[in-house]
Design a protein. Structure first.
Length: 202
């Protein structure tokens, strides 16, 4: 199976050109998230890709630290932010586990379309909880691979380096992982049987 950083570096240019598959749901997720934001908030987004969501949210908060494992993704993101003259997004290359942040550093953390791509989801969720300020929110959008029509094709795609590691998670498993570390589920919405959008509070 292809190493994640190499996969996303290789995929970055094509990913940047790909249209959002469900634009209506994407806009609803943005709107729900922005209802929580406050002007003085510090936000972390891990797995930010080419930075589109961070750009959409930038005017609603004080600062956004946007991170990704892929330097190629971040190169595209930085160019988009520069072109838009946005000053409050800071990009860092690395993973949620490798980057150094102090506990209780962020009012909100975004993990969008990323949890199902992690081998250690429990570790990531515990790390998010640790980094959030009391009362802070974790915003996640996660593919429920156990319900996906793609679940049988993924192993084949992985063998020929067309897919990275994918965790076959379902709704209840994800909810259990969040509540086990102390999160309270504030909002839950499933745009389809194959995905779930959550707002969890510390």
């Amino acid at each position: 199976m292809i190493e994640p950083k190499r996969f996303w570096d290789k995929t970055a240019a094509r990913y940047a050109k790909s249209p959002i598959k469900d634009l209506k749901s994407y806009k609803r997720k943005l709107a729900i998230t922005q209802e929580y934001f406050q002007a003085d908030w510090s936000v972390l987004e891990f797995g930010c890709g080419t930075g589109s969501t961070a750009i959409h949210h930038s005017s609603y908060v004080n600062s956004i630290t946007a991170t990704d494992i892929s330097e190629k993704m971040l190169d595209i993101a930085k160019q988009k932010v520069k072109s838009a003259s946005i000053k409050n997004i800071n990009f860092q290359q690395g993973t949620l586990g490798s980057l150094k942040f102090e506990p209780d550093s962020f009012n909100a953390i975004l993990g969008l379309n990323i949890l199902h791509l992690l081998e250690d989801i429990d570790g990531a969720i515990a790390r998010v909880y640790n980094l959030l300020k009391p009362g802070g929110i974790f915003v996640s959008s996660t593919a429920l691979i156990k319900k996906s029509n793609w679940r049988f094709l993924i192993p084949v795609m992985q063998r020929i380096n067309l897919a990275p590691y994918v965790h076959k998670i379902d709704r209840q498993e994800l909810l259990d992982k969040l509540t086990r570390v102390g999160f309270l589920i504030d909002q839950e919405w499933q745009p389809s049987k194959e995905s779930i959008f959550l707002i969890a509070k510390k």
